[in-house]
Design a protein around this ligand. Structure first.
Ligand code: PLP
Length: 424
């Protein structure tokens, strides 16, 4: 498509946008009586308007029923996680039995690694992307330490070649082959939080399995953002948070996926809890852990229903919008943003934006700024933009197909130009 950096062009795209009605389902922070340009949905997705009623429903049922709400609430709390199976399965491309909402992302990564990082003999290494999200780095570092290894002997990081922005697929696959029977686990972010690169998950999974390794992904920046097919790709396990592209609210419950092939494997280590047992047996209160079927066996505690209530309505919006439609709009929206940024860079000599997000990407563009990047970012914030600054000099922006419009992108460009003027 031939883009134009004009209001009329953006408005036309909005008019033909099949998902335009979803914008009204969300609250936008305000600036001078107008919606802010909210491009931070990769950090914290916006609040669905139906969230408050969903939360009130649970609070009201708690008031009315007390403990009996576990079975008598409108949405019984005892089996609350069941409401998420359909939506999560669709979002990550899995069977319902392979997914469950639970816990927090970093905690879940640890629990999953207890099961899926079992170093033996010389097979001790974990392959991950360089500049992984700090929490993931700490999780890996402390997992290998727990097994008696140092990071330098057990953790292998992948980096882009000099002068390149993304890590090449061929370099990842070569490294996997090279590590061969020393490789215990591949644990990579499906989408890197910093550069926005989407990794070739299918190919990585195949290459990992070819050398006998287990393959897991952190999907914090991928769930609700890019097309996923975890089951068909054969991915062993994955974890994600719900508050980024899934709009479930700050710190809301996370989610996990475990391929059904692991469902019957009782040799896996597991740090278990009572919610991981079959629901019929749970109140027998007997000794000896018996795992439930599928991903549910990894559940530990009873469901954090208050945070899950918002997750539930937000996930319903995802189902209504449809993952395919979201991904299709995302491509157009992000390409339009790229076009607007390049247009500004070409016309205005005092700015030099370099996009460090490779072409394998989702919603996010990471923009390397030179010189007065931080001042510009602050000025844009004063002028009604919410984006994300990462030291030393990167602005991350993510126009989200669920609620951002093409006019948001146009206005974003206008605000950049205005902010540059004000700084000069
Ligand atoms: C956002 C994010 C996290 C955050 O972890 P929490 O346990 O939810 O605080 C972890 N890893 C990655 C890759 C992320 O993007």
């Amino acid at each position: 498509m031939d883009f134009k950096n004009t209001y009329g062009f953006a408005e036309d795209l909005d008019n033909t946008d099949a998902l335009k009605r979803f914008r009204d389902e969300f609250y936008f922070p305000q600036h001078l009586g107008e919606n802010k340009i909210y491009f931070a949905g990769n950090s914290l997705g916006l609040q669905p308007k139906k969230g408050k009623d969903a939360l009130l429903q649970e609070l009201d049922d708690w008031a009315e029923f007390g403990v009996d709400g576990h079975f008598e609430a409108k949405n019984p709390w005892y089996s609350y996680h069941e409401f998420f199976k359909k939506g999560l399965a669709e979002v990550v491309g899995a069977k319902e039995i392979e997914v469950t909402p639970m816990g927090g992302l970093t905690a879940n990564l640890h629990f999953l690694m207890v099961s899926f990082y079992q170093p033996k003999g010389k097979r001790i290494k974990i392959l991950c992307e360089g500049k992984a999200f700090p929490s993931d780095q700490y999780a890996l570092e402390t997992q290998v330490k727990f097994h008696g290894f140092t990071s330098s002997e057990a953790i292998v990081e992948l980096f882009p070649r000099d002068g390149e922005v993304g890590i090449r697929e061929e370099d990842i696959l070569t490294k996997i082959k090279e590590l061969g029977d020393e490789l215990a686990l591949i644990m990579i972010g499906g989408v890197n939080y910093y550069t926005g690169q989407v990794f070739p998950m299918k190919e990585i999974t195949k290459a990992g399995h070819d050398v006998g390794a287990i393959v897991g992904f952190d999907l914090a920046h991928a769930a609700g953002n890019v097309k996923l097919n975890l089951h068909d790709w054969g991915v062993d396990f994955a974890a994600w948070c719900s508050y980024k592209y899934l709009n479930a609210g700050p710190g809301s419950v996370a989610g996990i996926y475990v391929h059904e092939r692991h469902s019957e494997n009782n040799d896996l280590n597991r740090f278990a809890g009572w919610w991981g047992t079959p629901s019929e047996d749970r109140f027998q209160m007997e000794k000896g852990f018996i795992p439930a079927e599928g991903a549910d066996a990894w559940q530990l505690s009873n469901a954090p229903v208050l945070s899950m209530a918002v997750h539930k309505v937000a996930l319903d919006l995802h189902l209504q919008a449809g993952v395919e439609n979201l991904v299709e709009k995302q491509k157009l929206l992000t390409s339009y943003l790229e076009f607007v940024l390049r247009d500004i860079s070409e016309r205005i000599s005092s700015v030099n934006f370099t996009i460090i997000t490779p072409k394998e990407r989702g919603s996010q563009l990471s923009i390397l700024t030179e010189g007065k990047g931080k001042e510009l970012f602050n000025k844009m914030a004063e002028n009604g933009v919410i984006a994300d600054w990462r030291e030393p000099n990167v602005i991350r922006v993510a126009p989200v197909p669920m609620y951002n419009s093409f006019r948001d992108v146009f206005y974003f460009g206008q605000i950049i130009e205005k902010s540059i003027d004000e700084l000069n």
